[in-house]
Design a protein around this ligand. Structure first.
Ligand code: HEM
Length: 401
């Protein structure tokens, strides 16, 4: 493939997007990346970073040129020294992916998800009631974790203690990035539970009636390749918990910082959907997903080398001024659903997005109905995870209605 070599190479960025400073506040670096070009070669890690909205969409969806066969993390899982194992859904390209996705979609039909609505709502009311009665809370521990770590594993049908979910989540979202000190620390923290983590994904641990059990039934009936059921359960578990907590946490933070917009939601609860989508746009939970070039390719006028990882940074794409006016402003009336890149785009677009919306609307709706205002009660802190933008602490004062 040499047809595109006439294009100039992508500019080189000699900065680490995964430094503490850039993870805490990635937006100045993202602006530089977008201005440098449609793709930049990130020298410290040897991958191309794409920060513009249009090109992020191309990289995410044009699987003939940007394949997931090397994994959706920075490490190429086909090569020696890879630090992750393959997922049987996110890390296969069409046409093989199409059939697996259809089988999963069947298990996760809108009808099935609707059936969870009541359970989600009931737990949301209880947790909101408790939090508002307490008044001053940590939005992370007392609301997002208390809620998501309770309802999601229950519908997935696996019995996992919340502390362990957090440890394995941190490991997963660090491992999708570079093999740095954060990965080493996460491995060390999770080491005592790794044997248990392998076991808990096996059939005998699936709770009756849960989604996990249905995945094993799908494997029995030939819908999924033999031996892949535990990996499917792992993919769902990993993709669904930390991201949803991150999105709900950011929505709470932004609503506490914008009382006038919280008042708009109180006056018109239908706007809550927009608040969640806008928070996902501004603080994308998944910050970057990777593909690998299948040959030498051209992307909007720059040449990318073959067999090289390309990260689409959705956190950067979601604030691209080429796409949004005043992109750093929180505005829940924007029509962002389906346009922001936080759920990806193309064949691999998030299969669980309606579940995360249902969870978010249940818990946030239950809280907002009970409060006059949500006020910051201290400094919020981001957790330093390579590829996940999530809060560690969110002190809030909930002022009762
Ligand atoms: C706010 C919450 C969520 C966010 C931000 C999110 C984000 C994403 C993104 C960006 C992708 C595409 C990855 C790529 O391009 O390679 C994705 C795919 C996926 N998500 Fe989500 N997700 C969320 C919630 C969930 C939930 C609740 C579930 C499970 C029920 C889930 C399961 C999956 C799965 C299985 C895939 C892979 C789909 C495929 O490869 O065909 N996600 N998600």
């Amino acid at each position: 493939m040499s047809a595109t070599i006439a294009f100039p190479d992508a500019p080189v960025l000699d900065e680490d997007p995964f430094s503490d400073e850039n993870i805490t506040d990635p937006y100045p670096l993202f602006a530089r990346m977008r201005e440098m070009g449609p793709a930049v070669f990130v020298k410290p890690h040897g991958y191309y970073a794409v920060g513009r909205h249009a090109e992020a969409g191309i990289v995410a969806s044009d699987y003939q040129r940007f394949s997931v066969a090397g994994g959706v993390g920075m490490s190429d899982i086909r090569k020696p020294g890879a630090w992750r194992a393959r997922s049987p859904i996110t890390e296969i390209d069409p046409p093989e992916h199409t059939q697996v996705r259809a089988a999963l979609q069947k298990i996760l039909s809108p009808l099935v998800v609707k059936g969870w609505k009541e359970k989600f709502a009931q737990r949301a009311e209880e947790i909101a009631e408790e939090a508002v009665a307490r008044g001053t809370v940590d939005g992370v521990a007392d609301i997002t974790e208390a809620y998501v770590l309770d309802v999601f594993p229950a519908v997935l049908g696996i019995d996992v203690p919340p502390e362990r979910i957090k440890l394995t989540g941190e490991l997963n979202f660090n491992q999708l990035g570079p093999n740095n000190a954060r990965v080493a620390r996460a491995l060390e923290h999770a080491a005592p539970i790794m044997d248990w983590y392998q076991q808990v994904l096996q059939r005998e641990y699936m709770l009756p009636g849960g989604f996990g059990e249905k995945i094993y039934e799908g494997e029995d009936s030939g819908a999924f390749e033999k031996g892949t059921a535990p990996l499917h359960v792992r993919s769902f578990f990993r993709a669904g918990v930390d991201t949803t907590m991150a999105g709900i946490g950011s929505t709470l933070k932004l609503l506490s910082e914008h009382p006038e917009q919280l008042a708009m939601v109180k006056a018109n609860p239908a706007l809550l959907k927009g608040a969640f989508e806008e928070a996902l746009r501004l603080e994308s939970p998944a910050q970057v997903m990777f593909r690998v070039t299948t040959g030498e390719v051209e992307l909007s006028g720059v040449r990318l080398r073959t067999d090289t990882k390309v990260g689409y940074h959705m956190g950067a794409a979601n604030r691209d001024p080429r796409q949004w006016a005043d992109p750093d402003r929180f505005d829940l009336t924007r029509q962002t659903a389906g346009v922001h890149r936080s759920f990806g785009v193309g064949a691999h677009v998030c299969i669980g997005q309606m579940i995360s919306r249902l969870e978010a609307e249940s818990i946030l709706g239950a809280l907002i109905r009970r409060v006059k205002r949500i006020e910051p009660a201290g400094t919020a802190r981001w957790r330093l995870v390579n590829t996940l933008r999530t809060l560690d602490v969110l002190p809030l004062h909930l002022v009762k209605e």
